[in-house]
Design a protein around this ligand. Structure first.
Ligand code: UT7
Length: 354
């Protein structure tokens, strides 16, 4: 059986830099608060009316394809991870396929919705296809354009200051080389925590998961069918932004990150000391620092770039991995661990040799 290697990697972040100072002109927040609680100094926002999640994904994909030494026509499957798709449906994978001029080949395109864990989930899916020999060049993309759907009033500050736009991509290929490729992936979820970090409205939930909450649904007389997706009340109250119970998410993240990293290391007979690089999902610098301390890792063993980009959800791991590789911090054969935690809750890890 083959193993799966990363044959090409690339990332794209939009040009527009938005500082904490910039945000403080729209909402009651401060550079001091944001840096102290999250480590974030600035983030990027995509160009409105020009860029979308699938377009950011296509820009990162082009770089990964070129670096893998292949052409778009060689790609035989697409996996696209995002929580901010261009459309509710169809997924952004088909839009990126069109953008890259690959649609004529009619290759499959799978969209996955695992939020911050999307890239690790996607990597695990791709790994199964490659190991069995079904595909030879999988394009896996994590991309987000959060800036289109955040609340820029003070009410939204607990969420809005954290997130940024960007995309990362890899080309995955089979390898029979020793000391190279994905060793294992580990995926977890706990749906009991779903609403603690969620984009609930508009949606097709009909209030079923939270009967105590008044979503303002019309009576049967007012609207016999329909009228459930986005109600007047949601619209009038601006109840159509992401919700996050930050403290609760934080508490879970700092236990699940170390656990899922240790799971990957132990399965393969390794210890944290063996790691060349840990690439944690960039959720909050304080979370990464907590994990580093708990696992007794040196500064050079953990890569962080949340300071520049904020939390780019499904894109954060491939952007960080791409930057670490570009900076020469990861070389052929190095032991690398990717780890993610986020909405769902979902979390996961992947251990690989570069
Ligand atoms: O990638 C997905 C996973 N997501 C995460 O991992 C997020 C995990 N959670 C966190 O990173 C942190 O909980 C946050 C950074 C989101 C928030 O930090 P916190 O230390 O938990 O603050 P808090 O939510 O408890 O808020 C503390 C105070 C509140 O004011 P009061 O009630 O103490 O008067 C907030 O209203 O800070 C206030 N606050 C802000 N103040 C200035 C919340 N957001 C802001 C803001 N600027 N942007």
């Amino acid at each position: 059986m083959y193993k799966t290697k990363i044959a090409g990697i690339g990332h794209y972040v939009p040009e527009q830099v938005v500082t904490n100072e910039d945000l403080s002109r729209h909402m009651e927040t401060s550079d001091e608060w944001i840096q102290e609680r999250t480590g974030i100094k600035e983030r990027r926002y995509a160009k409105k009316f020009e860029e979308t999640t699938s377009i950011l994904g296509a820009k990162a994909a082009k770089i990964a394809i070129e670096r893998a030494g292949i052409t778009p026509d060689d790609v035989d499957f697409i996996i696209f991870a995002t929580l901010s798709p261009d459309y509710y449906f169809p997924g952004s994978g088909v839009l990126m396929q069109r953008q890259l001029g690959m649609s004529k080949n009619e290759i499959g395109a799978l969209d996955i919705r695992n939020q911050c864990s999307g890239f690790v989930y996607g990597l695990s899916i791709a790994d199964q296809f490659i190991k069995t020999g079904m595909y030879k060049n999988i394009l896996l993309v994590g991309a987000e354009m959060h800036s289109f759907g955040l609340d820029f009033s003070t009410r939204g500050r607990g969420v809005t200051v954290i997130f940024g736009d960007g995309a990362g991509a890899v080309i995955l290929q089979p390898t029979e080389e020793e000391n190279q490729g994905i060793m294992s992936t580990h995926l977890h979820a706990d749906g009991r925590e779903a609403e603690h970090l969620a984009f609930i409205n508009p949606g097709a939930h009909g209030g079923v998961h939270n009967p105590e909450h008044d979503y303002g649904y019309p009576t049967k007389e007012e609207n016999e069918y329909g009228g459930l997706f986005l109600t007047d009340k949601m619209w009038e109250e601006g109840d159509y932004y992401p919700n996050m119970n930050g403290k609760h998410v934080f508490k879970y993240a700092v236990t699940k990150f170390p656990a899922v990293i240790m799971e990957a290391l132990q399965q393969n007979g390794h210890t944290p000391q063996d790691l060349k690089m840990l690439i944690p999902h960039q959720a909050n610098l304080r979370i990464s620092q907590f994990v580093q301390k708990r696992m007794k890792l040196r500064d050079d063993q953990v890569f962080n770039n949340i300071q520049k980009y904020g939390n780019t959800t499904a894109a954060s791991i491939p952007i960080a991995l791409s930057e670490a590789w570009e900076a020469g911090k990861i070389q052929r054969g190095d032991l690398v661990c990717l780890a993610a935690f986020g909405s769902g809750f979902t979390w996961g890890s992947a251990l690989l040799q570069w």
